[in-house]
Design a protein around this ligand. Sequence first.
Ligand code: DGT
Ligand code: CA
Ligand code: CA
Ligand code: ZN
Length: 552
Amino acid sequence: MRNKELAKIFSHLAQHLAMRDVAFKPQAYERASLAIGSLAEDVQDIYEREGAIGLERIPGVGKGIAERIEEYLRTGKVQDYEKERKRMPVDLDELTSVEGIGPKAVAELYKRLKVKNLKDLERAASARRIRELPRFGVKTEQNILQGIALVKQSSGRRLISDIFPYVQEYVTLLKNSSFAKEVEAAGSFRRMRETIGDIDILATSDNPQKLTEFFLAKVKHTKMWGKGPTKVSVRTRYGFDVDLRVLEEETFGAGLQYFTGSKEHNVKLRTLAIEKGYKVSEYGVFKGKKRVACKTEEEVYRALGLPYIEPELREDTGEIEAAIQGRLPTVIPYDSLQGDLQTQTDWTDGEHSIEDMAKEARRQGLSYIAITDHTRDLAMTGGSDEKRLLKQMAEIDRVNKRVSGITVLKGAEVNIRKDGTLDIADEILAKLDVVGAAVHSLFRLPKQEMTARIIRAMKNRHVDILFHPTGRLIQKREPYEVDIDEVIKAAKRTGTLLEINALPVRLDLRDANIRKAVEMGALLVIDSDAHRKEHFSVLKAFLRVLKKRHDH
Ligand code: DGT
Ligand code: CA
Ligand code: CA
Ligand code: ZN
């Protein structure tokens, strides 16, 4: 599948062009990158079947870009991109992984300090050379150092949304080969962790050797960590590791349970088993020499007197105790989402119109969405003031008349000012269906002040949801200093919903906080924070794969 490589090249090309202030082209390449990255079909297949005409039929791909796709498929390179890289040989992914560093900053840092990669950046910041640059300053330099520390600390792990397409690709590849029977992704991916260390794939096969060789031949890798008759472990060309294990059909359930982990969950399970006179391994549950369970995961848990425990719960955070006591929570199935209460449109920093977003949400099976564009204080997004909000409400009325099958709610994502007041007047907030309030500035207030600021906003009777309750960006920005227990209490007291932002990089409330909120009786809302139509489909992609598992 060449789609991911092409998507990356076009995204890099867009950033290079943006660095040189080229007009329009960056957006076109960015659009093409997104379109190709989320395409279900391999561009190579499209090209082989339909030629350049077929490529031009891909939404977001015009003649110029189709030519470059063709060039890439024929030569393995896009000359325009190679030229840009010669002009400015920087490691864009590495540098922009630091929070606050965008293409413009990369260009400045390269021109003035010859910064090409993370190492150079750290050296320049440590030598206090960044603060001397125009538009950077001491504060920015300190933020850069903190950002670098965070990147290093999480190095090696990837966001689950980055890993997801590859898991899908490898699983499909193996399933479609004639050598595999069952194929499942296990490990932290199956447990849906925020970040993934490596991908673990399990399979059964009549010919394990053939299957592992097929995998090695098909998956481009730069290193091979190990290779045996039933196991291979490689570093892919994309820089992450994949383990493939071929298991016996008879013991697949026990193996799946074992390699899904977590290690902590398994340790606790083994202890429980010993207490009951059993032994658990990747080959099954044993009583003495006799194997009493191994075929399915359900069997393994049942043998130990437990109900099935969903993979997402297997972190040894109380799930085994809950299972013993028969009070395991019901996991919300992946296809239960009815609506979406945070979306942005081209009225502010979103990409698509209200109508387009509504239609896309309808296509994804939602029955309502709230349009929650930014407001006044977020000037860089073109945030609305009261007058413009009223105009937008009128437009939403018109969209509701034009578009059937989905309800579009009037909303806003208003800014919480330093003192906890909001940047939109109450009488306008009163006219909205959904008011979300969020901190979008002054992220570094002391904990007490930040907590008081947020709670004051929640007390506003028009505020329905606290958006971004922690403000974190996974691997990029730490949550702000806030007393989350106090915020949860205030949520309960004021009837304000707390947002679980579903963008994989955000997930404002992490699992532990969600659990706390549920235990304390606060209400939660899951939304997409979509800034473009494609953001809904990321959610969909997750749903499709995961649904199957919940059908057992
Ligand atoms: P990751 O890759 O760091 O995101 O996290 P995992 O959970 O995928 O960890 P990984 O890839 O090292 O191993 C996959 C699963 O296999 C792990 O969750 C539990 C099981 N496992 C692997 N090695 C061991 C081990 O030495 N002891 C135990 N108890 N379980 C293991
Ligand atoms: Ca793993
Ligand atoms: Ca592994
Ligand atoms: Zn936005």
